[in-house]
Ligand binder design. Structure first.
Ligand code: FCB
Length: 462
């Protein structure tokens, strides 16, 4: 049993560590919460196909109904308002807008997101919109998906269509969520849709994802009101050495290229890490002239998703490309239901490192949170003290980064409510709000009440 405990830190004190214009929110993604997969002209996505394939997700779970958020938007936004959120990060389902990925546009899809944005604004909640959170239209996958360069151009067209409609009301755009996962889990080890297991394909998919981002940035910016922030969200895994042996430091550096630099270097430095593809024992992707300039188009914000860390030990006998084989468990540590170590300082160290290495204009924590086994007895409460402790620790550590000079502008908890956790189906609960999937009843967990208390303390300082 994990000994993670709420700290004695006063919520009011924690609130004072953040500047007045700091933005507090929660995050979700379309396929994880919406349901209504056959409604209003939506076309199928790779996640519909993948989750309907036996053996791909926990107990065959799919996003067919999920949180039924599509039909419950008004109530869900009312809950956000009750928590006192400044912002809500959600994603748009590409195949609701273009059922075939390109070509004919589906007005009803845009109308749904327009309604969501307007409802948020009525409640004074700023919309932060992710344009791609892994649910590629199946029609594009049928033509090669992200391994096909054409997908990058189709994405930029779709992104502009959405920006033209919503760009007068959205506060921030995130082109892609965690392209590392879309490329590696989707095409490399096949744990996520579309389930391709070919590491070389992942390298090319990654390049096209980066290109898609770079092509979309100026078009989204041009279609949005002045001052709208445009950027990307990456997942990072801060790494720490298990010892100071030379081979540990060498393997750690290579694991860092794989886990952290593969996407950040091209975006901010305009190149892939030197020798990266050699280290992975793979070929470099096909790169056309100007691609790296397009990919490194300046952005306004870097979204940072951080949950955990890994401790790495050098292993001469294991191929360097196998980064996970080098991870060692930490016996004294607490782990979440995802088997991710709870290590709050990871977020501080990561934010400082990103600031120092890449100098993004603004950083946002766009995801941070934890899955624990929550128990609901049918009443009005769900007690999740470990999740409260998790948030206290990570938010306090984020404040340390801020005080050390990192231009951190906002924090989004993952997630607003329990939802479809990809290959893990409904077996992992990340929400601040408990969802009873039978009745679709929502119950505020203690972590939601704690977050509301933090936000109330923060807003009362004005
Ligand atoms: C991130 C994803 C998000 C959610 C969390 C737990 O990698 O962006 O959709 O699944 O992990």
């Amino acid at each position: 049993m994990c000994a993670l405990q709420s700290q004695n830190l006063l919520t009011k004190q924690l609130a004072t560590l953040f500047p007045q214009d700091f933005i507090w929110g929660t995050a979700t993604a379309a396929y994880q919460v919406e349901g209504a997969i056959h409604e209003d002209g939506r076309g199928p996505s790779i996640w519909d196909t993948f989750s309907a394939t036996p053996g791909k997700t926990f107990q065959g779970d799919t996003g067919e109904i999920a949180d039924d958020h599509y039909h419950r938007v008004a109530d869900d936004v009312a809950l956000m308002s009750r928590l006192g959120l400044d912002a809500y990060r959600f994603s748009i389902s590409w195949s609701r807008i273009y059922p075939q990925g390109q070509g004919e546009m589906n007005e009803q899809g845009l109308a749904f997101y327009e309604r969501l944005v307007d409802t948020l604004l009525e409640h004074n909640i700023k919309p932060f919109v992710t344009l791609y959170h892994w649910d590629l239209p199946q029609a594009l996958e049928d033509k090669g998906g992200w391994t096909n360069r054409e997908t990058a151009y189709a994405f930029a067209d779709y992104a502009e269509t959405v920006a033209r409609r919503l760009g007068d009301r959205v506060a921030g755009w995130i082109t892609l969520n965690e392209p590392w996962c879309a490329a590696y889990l989707g095409y490399g080890n096949g744990v996520h849709a579309p389930g391709v297991k070919d590491r070389q394909s992942a390298i090319q998919a990654a390049h096209h994802l980066l290109l898609a981002h770079g092509l979309a940035v100026p078009r989204v910016r041009a279609a949005s009101k002045p001052g709208t922030q445009v950027g990307i969200t990456l997942n990072f895994q801060p790494l720490y050495p298990a010892d100071d042996r030379a081979e540990t430091l060498r393997d750690l550096a290579i694991a860092d290229e794989f886990s952290n630099r593969w996407f950040a270097d091209p975006l901010f430095l305009g190149r892939y890490p030197e020798h990266y593809f050699e280290h992975m024992a793979l070929h470099a992707p096909t790169v056309q002239e100007h691609d790296m300039e397009i990919i490194s188009t300046p952005i306004d914000l870097l979204g940072v998703n951080c949950y955990s860390r890994s401790v790495i030990r050098g292993l001469p006998e294991v191929p360097l490309a196998d980064a996970t084989a080098h991870v060692v468990p930490v016996p004294s540590a607490c782990y979440t239901e995802m088997a991710w170590e709870v290590y709050p300082n990871a977020i501080r160290d990561l934010l400082l490192r990103l600031h120092n290495d890449y100098h993004p204009q603004q950083l946002y924590v766009t995801e941070n949170g934890a899955a624990f086994k929550d128990e609901w007895d049918g009443g009005d409460a769900v007690h999740d003290p470990r999740r409260v402790a998790f948030y206290q620790g990570y938010i306090a550590a984020s404040a340390e980064a801020l005080q050390a000079g990192v231009p951190l502008k906002g924090y989004f908890a993952w997630s607003l409510m329990d939802n479809f956790e990809w290959a893990e189906g409904y077996s992992k609960r990340f929400g601040m709000i408990y969802v009873d999937y039978q009745s679709q009843r929502r119950i505020l967990k203690d972590s939601a009440l704690w977050y509301a208390e933090l936000l109330a303390a923060f807003h009362s300082q004005a």
